[in-house]
Design a protein around this ligand. Structure first.
Ligand SMILES: *Cc1c(COP(=O)(O)O)cnc(C)c1O
Length: 352
């Protein structure tokens, strides 16, 4: 079984180039991206493995996909026909993965109309098209109950069964995201029918230290979010902080200004409810987060100095703040926190 690591959205905000360089020696089957632009960046970095664009393409993007030797998704017959026409014109192979919609509802050929579209697929096939894979996408592999995922597997298997003749050599089946891959054994155990044998898995969030969801193991921590403290001061009772002066000291306090704000991707929803670690101790975010700075109440810590580090995600000595905890404070998911980290934040890579 091959691995198709998802490196879309700049590898979930961490930096696709370094992620690809790190994964390359491990020999993944290929890489998954969401747009032709993302795929062609990989080609420019010298990636020669398959690069699959897993979102539907706008009509004008097929030519570049073919020119850059990217594989695209065929989630409707029109896409396959367009790819075929462009590949013929350009004189290069049009590589594709057929997507079956088993309930995600955003793209793909409907699983329950397979009889109708298989005939169309066969008709569209030709020497200029290279059929690499056939896949579906799980919508609920991150919830404890596996029955919605098993139902999607059943629908996928059912759609595959509708095709006449033996399964074409080399066409890889795939369905599993991080959660699906991590729970595949559980799915096999619970299924009352043979699951489609996976040719590829498509992990994303788990690679980047995000939790894949209920029933999945905790990921190894990967990314930390840290900022320097650039100002420390003692304030008296009644002092206010931030736009709207939403926080007011009820007595003498020590405040530290950290050089990070919502312009760096620190969610503004953490205003007045997030936490950061300074010297391994949790301290509260006070007042509204600004674009460039965030103020922490470090009254509990003696002698905090300018230049010290505040950790917003990750470990610091005995303390730790998990990505999911931050996501909870910001009423979102770890995926959005990571992909929201702005380009202004330097990505510092630690080897080993
Ligand atoms: C993003 C994506 C994945 C990866 O999902 P994770 O939950 O991050 O593992 C897999 N497949 C497709 C089609 C995707 O769009």
């Amino acid at each position: 079984m091959g691995i198709l690591p998802m490196v879309k959205a700049d590898a979930y905000g961490l930096g696709a180039r370094r992620v690809v360089e790190t994964l390359e020696p491990l020999g993944p089957w290929g890489y998954g991206v969401a747009t032709v632009e993302e795929g062609s960046r990989l080609r420019h970095w010298g990636v020669s493995r398959p690069v699959v664009v897993l979102s539907p393409l706008p009509p004008g993007s097929y030519r570049r996909a073919v020119e850059e030797d990217l594989s695209v998704v065929a989630g409707e017959l029109a896409a396959l026909e367009r790819l075929g026409a462009v590949a013929r014109e350009v004189g290069r192979p049009g590589r594709f993965h057929l997507e079956v919609d088993t309930g995600m509802g955003r793209a793909g050929l409907p699983w329950d109309k397979a009889e109708e579209w298989w005939a169309g697929v066969e008709r569209a096939l030709g020497p200029h098209l290279v059929w690499e894979g056939c896949f579906t996408h799980f919508h609920s592999a991150d919830v404890r109950d596996v029955s919605p995922t098993l139902e999607q597997c059943r629908r996928f298997a059912e759609a595959l069964r509708r095709r006449e003749g033996p399964w074409p050599q080399g066409v890889l089946l795939h369905a599993a995201n991080s959660a699906g891959a991590l729970r595949w054994r559980e799915l096999c155990r619970r299924a009352s029918f043979p699951l489609p044998p996976p040719g590829l898995v498509r992990p994303g969030i788990h690679l980047y230290g995000g939790w894949a969801g209920e029933g999945s193991p905790a990921p190894a921590p990967v990314a930390a979010l840290r900022a320097r403290i650039v100002m420390v001061r003692e304030v008296g009772g009644g002092a206010t902080v931030g736009y709207g002066a939403t926080y007011r000291a009820d007595g003498p306090q020590r405040w530290a200004t950290a050089a990070i704000g919502y312009g760096d991707g620190l969610p503004r929803l953490l205003s007045g409810r997030g936490r950061a670690l300074v010297r391994g101790v949790r301290v509260p975010v006070i007042g509204r987060i600004s674009m460039d700075v965030t103020v922490l109440d470090v009254t509990a810590l003696d002698g905090v100095e300018v230049g010290e580090v505040a950790t917003f995600i990750g470990r610091d000595g005995p303390g730790g703040i998990a990505l999911e905890e931050v996501a909870g404070w910001a009423q979102t998911i770890g995926y959005e926190i990571l992909t929201g980290l702005s380009p202004r934040l330097p990505r510092v890579w630690v080897e080993g």
